[in-house]
Design a protein around this ligand. Structure first.
Ligand code: LHQ
Length: 257
């Protein structure tokens, strides 16, 4: 049996490919558990400096596998057991996560993409908050993320009307970082991931942490967060390398330490 998540790590880039192409990578318990385990392992592995999340076949991900009997009657228990730890692991990962979205990203699949730190989408990709079509509410952090990404009015429109959002529209609304031509998407993401893998990893982690903390902090508390992070970063090898390289007018060599 082939793996539901295909894993490859090269040059500091961990690529996780959801691999149920015949079902548009619909999320089974096995796939969700595998993703959660991979993200947890990535947090501890110094060889991983950036994660790319993508889907095999013609889609990114069609959300929860609606035919999975293991979900049972208590959807809340399923969310609690699989989706919550996955999203928390992604948001807490002290390394950037890049989503490479092509085809459709529906339901939990769309919100899995939005839970990543940078979303690159193929021009033909679509995001569908399809939950209400089957009588459910957005999950996978979507109700937290969407209003922050696109604002209240647009988040409500997406959640209530389930209107597919094109990649161009998602970009225009600020929900994703970049749109690439379909044929260029994989190369574009590979280039960005390579650059991130050579960046000062701890500084990127600090940015991710601080920006997330800022959603709930006062300006005073946030200035404290920034001060504490800057204090720690000021003691890293990468900071000293960055300043030395600047002074010597050469490109820095960051090791993520
Ligand atoms: C699928 C799925 C799928 C199974 C396509 N499941 N097979 C959390 C906790 C607990 C429970 C419930 O949910 C959640 C969160 C959620 O994610 S709820 C939202 C779940 N997702 C959806 O409602 C989307 C359902 N899929 C679709 O609407 C369409 O498939 C989209 C618009 C994604 C793509 O349409 P098409 O391009 O026309 O492809 P298709 O429909 O022909 O799908 C291809 C195959 O994939 C097909 O199988 P088959 O054996 O007939 O070829 C589909 O049945 C299967 N598939 N999504 N979520």
């Amino acid at each position: 049996m082939s793996a539901t998540v295909v894993t490859a790590c090269e040059g500091g880039v961990l690529t996780l490919t959801m691999n149920r192409p015949e079902k548009l990578n619909a999320l089974t318990s096995e796939l969700l558990g595998a993703l959660r385990d991979r993200f947890a392992a990535a947090a501890e592995d110094p060889a991983v400096r950036v994660v790319v999340l993508r889907g095999a076949g013609r889609a990114f991900c069609a959300g929860q596998d609606l035919s999975e009997s293991a979900v049972g009657d208590d959807l809340g228990a399923h969310v609690e057991r699989y989706y919550k730890p996955l999203v928390l692991a992604m948001r807490a990962l002290p390394k950037p996560i890049v989503a490479e979205v092509h085809g459709v990203a529906a339901g939990a699949g769309a919100n899995l993409a939005f839970a990543c730190d940078l979303v690159f989408a193929a021009r033909s990709a679509t995001f569908i908050e399809s939950f209400a079509r089957i009588g459910l509410v957005a999950d996978t952090g979507g109700t937290w993320m969407l209003p922050r990404l696109v604002g209240h009015a647009r988040a409500m429109g997406l959640a209530l009307l389930c209107t597919p959002l094109t990649a161009e529209q998602a970009h225009a609304w600020g929900a994703i970082w970049e749109v690439a031509d379909d044929a260029a998407l994989a190369d574009r993401v590979a280039d960005v991931a390579r650059a991130l893998a050579h960046a000062p990893t701890q500084a990127l982690a600090a940015a991710k942490h601080a920006i997330e903390a800022g959603w709930t902090n006062s300006i005073q508390a946030q200035l404290d967060v920034e001060g504490a992070l800057q204090r720690a970063l000021g003691r890293t090898d990468d900071f000293h390398e960055g300043v030395a390289a600047f002074g010597e007018k050469r490109p820095p060599v960051f090791r993520g330490r």
